[in-house]
Design a protein around this ligand. Structure first.
Ligand code: UFG
Length: 351
């Protein structure tokens, strides 16, 4: 496998990953109708893989599934998962279906333990019973909590600040036991802040409610609700939280490379996926103003519980071992692609 990057004008930047060898069966993508899942699915199709999406559509969007088979089911619907694996000849799984709101997880931890842990264990049980051997697991920077020094490497202490991070960590910690007992090999990808949208403009970010900073700032710039900055008293240069934004298409590319590694027989692993630079909320607002040419109306509010002050990571391991080479290195390019999606889909998939 190889990852080659074609750079030109921003709008024509593309990530091409092609397969140099005969590959295995189909790939099942859970959560393939979601934000990251739809970009992963698109990248898999671009890599020539057969793909089947399994999504309950509770938070995903039918419109985000661009032609590949969609099985509308819950990940804990073991019988449907097993039938899907048999029917489509699935040999590898990418598991992205999850609840992902940090704030909600603090208020309603049970929802998160049920959906992200209990149901994932049911899914894994189905995979094991169908002899699936390769699993890519969608994990998160939230497993680290408050970090002791930046950039965070994979061996940094894991001490989540919220239930969301705890639930992802619980699965990360379960997976080695499933490997020992049943031979299921896995790669956990710890995403930092996914942002942006595919350059083709077909798929993008559409959460309900939308809680993420960049889409909210874009909506505010377009005349929507003014942005509330959650806290200005953090121990950072400007008092606002800092995050490491990584383009969703770069994340998708990492999934393809991770799957190739597993399918080639490489061992289970954990990788950070980040750009290595953090930006404060104020810096993001300024970037959105630069890209849109419009002021972002905003005010300052209290901290949001569960938010660590700074998250930024080293992705040296993913670069060295997977050959991952993110294309989108600067914040403006990421915001620009999100703006492109926002302008063409101001109401998300609803329009
Ligand atoms: N923020 C605001 N106002 C808003 C929304 C966000 O100030 O209206 C701030 C947040 O407090 C945070 C930063 O902007 O400091 C980014 O917030 P997001 O909600 O966009 O993203 P999070 O950092 O909370 O969470 C994201 C993913 C999680 C993942 C985490 C890891 O949603 O799944 O990144 O960094 F765990």
């Amino acid at each position: 496998w190889s990852q080659s990057v074609h750079k030109g004008a921003d709008a024509s930047r593309r990530i091409h990953i092609h397969i140099d060898r005969e590959v295995m069966g189909a790939v099942l993508v859970t959560g393939g109708a979601g934000y990251i899942g739809s970009h992963v699915t698109k990248a898999l199709l671009g890599a020539g893989r057969d793909v089947v999406v399994l999504d309950s559509l509770v938070v995903g969007h039918r419109e985000a599934v661009c032609g590949e088979p969609l099985v509308e089911a819950d990940i804990a619907d073991t019988e449907t998962v097993r039938q899907t694996i048999r029917k489509f000849g699935v040999t590898s799984v990418m598991h992205l279906a999850a609840f992902l709101s940090v704030g909600e997880s603090v208020l309603y931890p049970e929802r998160y333990y049920l959906n992200n842990v209990t149901k994932t264990i049911a899914l894994i049980k189905a995979l094991v019973s169908e002899s699936v051997e390769c699993l890519i697991f969608s994990s998160t920077a939230a497993v680290y909590g408050e970090s002791e020094g930046i950039p965070i490497a994979e061996d940094h202490l894991t001490r989540p600040s919220n239930a969301y991070g705890e639930t992802k960590l619980a699965i990360e910690r379960a997976l080695p036991h499933y490997e020992t007992a049943y031979g299921l090999r896995s790669i956990c990808l710890r995403y930092f802040n996914a942002a942006g949208a595919d350059e083709d403009g077909e798929i993008g970010e559409d959460h309900d409610p939308e809680e993420h900073l960049i889409p909210r700032a874009l909506a505010a710039a377009s005349g929507g609700v003014p942005l509330v900055v959650f806290g200005e008293d953090y121990e950072t240069e400007d008092g606002t939280c800092r995050r490491d934004y990584v383009h969703v298409s770069d994340l998708a590319a990492a999934h393809i490379l991770a799957l190739a590694a597993l399918e080639e027989g490489k061992p289970s692993a954990i990788y950070n996926l980040a750009n290595g630079h953090s930006f404060s909320v104020r810096e993001v607002i300024t970037a959105v103003e630069r890209v849109t040419g419009t002021r972002v109306p905003h005010e300052y509010g209290p901290r949001r519980s569960g938010d660590p002050a700074v998250l930024s990571a080293s992705s040296k391991r993913a670069r060295a071992e997977l050959g991952w080479n993110p294309v989108y290195r600067d914040l403006d390019a990421i915001v620009k692609s999100a703006w492109h999606w926002h302008r063409s889909h101001p109401k998300g998939y609803g329009e």
